[in-house]
Write a protein that binds this ligand. Structure first.
Ligand SMILES: *[C@@H]1O[C@H](CO)[C@@H](O)[C@H](O)[C@H]1NC(C)=O
Ligand SMILES: *[C@@H]1O[C@H](CO)[C@@H](O)[C@H](O)[C@H]1NC(C)=O
Ligand SMILES: *[C@@H]1O[C@H](CO)[C@@H](O)[C@H](O)[C@H]1NC(C)=O
Ligand SMILES: *[C@@H]1O[C@H](CO)[C@@H](O)[C@H](O)[C@H]1NC(C)=O
Length: 581
């Protein structure tokens, strides 16, 4: 009887919570949307002199001064607007989107302390709102910006292909997207400041969004007939996916946010990466850390739990209920408080998970995700639970309640009027730091949309395989770069094959088997349709080669003439990207 009463009370409490979240969603949605539009130049009511299409981070000009435009924030904000435009939720946004494209095209060309457009300038984190360079000291470069901008523009490009023509996109949008993708492909393996602009190392969010951008970029390039870049994008995406795995901390059960920084590594970075690389078609795949993957759920629990005891406003809340969360527990910026966008990201990851479980009609509990699910059902065991089981019903209802709790927490600390600052006080929940943070509004809107079951278009995350050895962007890393007088050359060739058919290489030097077809070297299809092999060849030499096909080891055909040819560099490593002829 007691058990019955308690569960009846729990149901009752969750209904109350849901109702209050429903009403917050209803009142806050238009406020958040207007909050975004107010912060876009030239006509946004709070954008104070920003050029057309420029997104200001916040109208705050002192303590802190955020009257600048960040590539990351702007791209995430416009991604949310492009989602609304493409889904038909708001068809009035086309002019704003075009303004955004124009302003980013201008900003790409602005020389700045990170470099020029062709020497690293695309990694500059932020600009003045009149589209001039910000030249004071800053944590630069930040290499997530170009990737996020490419992702926003690729979504728009895919709509434009349907709505107008391939040639329109090739002429107008592709040159902008290609600059960003070429930057990502060339520089992903360099250190970067993280999305909080504090730690210079490698950063999970940055790596994850870089991976995404190259996958969808390769697909777009193929659609547009821009085939010369495709194999390099796919090769580098494979290398990035390999590197991405290294952030997982198996003993801690969480994704470590940064390779440097000397912190726990528990960070909103990882939940943000999961929601911004969500692809419903990839199910609960853990190699891309999908929102419902066992690794991302385990990581989410560890991250959320890191804030239970450090914020006064979280005290007295049950250990399996939602709390306010911040960037990372060691944070001290502006007092180190909860952030609206971090707390909303937790909810969004959970809503994304619910979308997939409902679509798949089942939910898996693995040894990795067991602690996450045990929060809601201590007796749950590792296994697969179909939607017809009571375990599925219990867990999905509990996850929904848990997710709504994060929205309810933000709601509780949203001041009357609905304005969203950057943070709210860890001790009393009052708004702290920059007012009207554009990203707070965008994060609120995307969480609400996920709650309503909306997922933006996927990006090709389904069915990816992780290369067996992680290569650096130069191609030779991890496997050595050869002895004296040689250079490690990675040969990538895009070739579709049928089962039993393989791609081999043979060429003009000993290490390429002196044109023998019998002893030609077989390439690795880990990034199919890209086949790869790294071979040490003589430095500073003319090298000629061809690919051949064999079926079950038996010679089938040569590539057409002429021979492929290049001059090897004097040292280091080198990549050639080919398409089978
Ligand atoms: C801004 O508002 C002015 C005045 O209404 C209008 O003429 C102009 O087209 C608007 N600019 C943009 C980029 O929307
Ligand atoms: C493209 O979209 C615009 C704006 O939504 C619409 O007016 C136009 O009819 C569309 N054109 C095509 C070819 O779909
Ligand atoms: C470059 O890639 C290699 C191979 O994955 C990795 O070990 C290394 O940490 C990466 N460095 C940076 C700065 O991304
Ligand atoms: C559950 O695991 C099975 C087997 O690994 C997999 O085929 C299925 O897609 C998974 N389902 C979900 C929802 O993760």
């Amino acid at each position: 009887m007691r058990g019955f009463l308690l569960s009846a009370l729990a149901v009752c409490a969750s209904v109350v919570a849901q109702t209050s979240v429903d009403s917050y969603v209803a009142t806050e949605s238009p406020i958040a949307k207007q909050g975004i539009l107010n912060n876009i130049g030239p006509n946004g009511s709070k954008s104070q002199g920003a050029k057309a299409g420029v997104v200001i981070a916040s109208p705050s000009t002192t303590n802190p001064d955020y009257l600048f435009t960040w590539t990351r924030d702007s791209s995430l904000v416009f991604k949310a607007l492009i989602d609304q435009f493409i889904s038909g939720a708001d068809t009035t946004l086309l002019g704003q989107i075009q303004n955004f494209v124009t302003s980013e095209q201008i900003l790409q060309q602005v020389s700045n302390p990170s470099g020029t457009v062709s020497t690293g300038g695309l990694g500059e984190p932020h600009y003045n709102i009149d589209e001039t360079a910000f030249t004071a000291a800053w944590g630069r470069p930040q290499r997530d910006g170009p990737a996020l901008r490419a992702t926003a523009m690729i979504e728009y490009a895919n709509w434009l292909i349907k709505n107008t023509s391939v040639s329109n996109v090739v002429s107008n949008l592709w040159p902008i997207i290609k600059l960003d993708l070429d930057y990502v492909a060339a520089d992903w393996n360099q250190t970067t400041f993280d999305l909080w602009e504090e730690v210079s190392s490698s950063s999970f969010f940055t790596t994850a969004v870089q991976h995404r951008s190259l996958r969808e970029g390769a697909a777009l390039a193929t659609t547009l007939g821009q085939t010369s870049v495709v194999s390099n994008y796919i090769t580098q995406a494979g290398n990035i996916l390999c590197f991405l795995q290294s952030y997982w901390n198996p003993t801690g059960g969480y994704i470590t946010a940064n390779t440097g920084g000397g912190r726990s590594g528990k960070d909103a970075n990882t939940a943000l990466a999961s929601i911004h690389t969500f692809d419903p078609a990839a199910g609960c795949d853990a190699t891309t850390f999908q929102p419902c993957s066992d690794k991302a759920l385990s990581s989410l629990k560890v991250y959320v739990d890191a804030f239970r005891s450090i914020y006064t406003i979280n005290s007295g809340i049950a250990s399996n209920a939602a709390v306010a969360t911040g960037r990372y527990p060691e944070d001290s910026y502006m007092g180190g408080n909860p952030w609206y966008l971090a707390t909303a990201a937790v909810a969004e990851q959970l809503y994304d998970a619910l979308i997939v479980w409902k679509a798949q009609g089942s939910l898996n509990v693995t040894s990795i995700s067991l602690p996450f699910f045990q929060q809601f059902l201590p007796s749950v065991a590792v296994g697969t639970y179909a939607s017809s089981t009571s375990t599925f019903t219990t867990l999905t209802a509990a996850v929904k309640t848990f997710a709504d709790g994060f929205i309810a927490t933000n709601a509780k600390y949203t001041p009357s009027g609905g304005g969203l600052a950057e943070q709210y006080s860890r001790s009393n929940g009052a708004p702290v730091s920059a007012v009207d943070l554009t990203w707070s509004y965008a994060a609120t809107i995307t969480a609400f949309e996920a709650r309503a079951g909306f997922a933006s278009p996927g990006w090709g995350a389904a069915g990816l395989t992780v290369p067996t050895t992680c290569q650096t962007s130069g191609g030779g890393g991890g496997t050595g770069t050869g002895g004296s007088g040689t250079v490690a050359v990675t040969f990538n060739v895009m070739a579709t094959t049928f089962f039993g058919e393989n791609i081999y290489i043979t060429g003009s030097v000993d290490s390429l088997q002196d044109w023998s077809t019998d002893t030609a070297l077989i390439l690795n299809p880990a990034n199919y349709p890209i086949w790869s092999i790294t071979v040490n060849v003589p430095a500073s030499s003319d090298i000629q080669y061809k690919y051949i096909r064999k079926v079950n080891g038996v010679f089938e055909s040569w590539e057409s003439d002429p021979n492929n040819e290049f001059t090897s560099p004097s040292g280091g490593s080198f990549i050639v990207n080919d398409v089978w002829r």
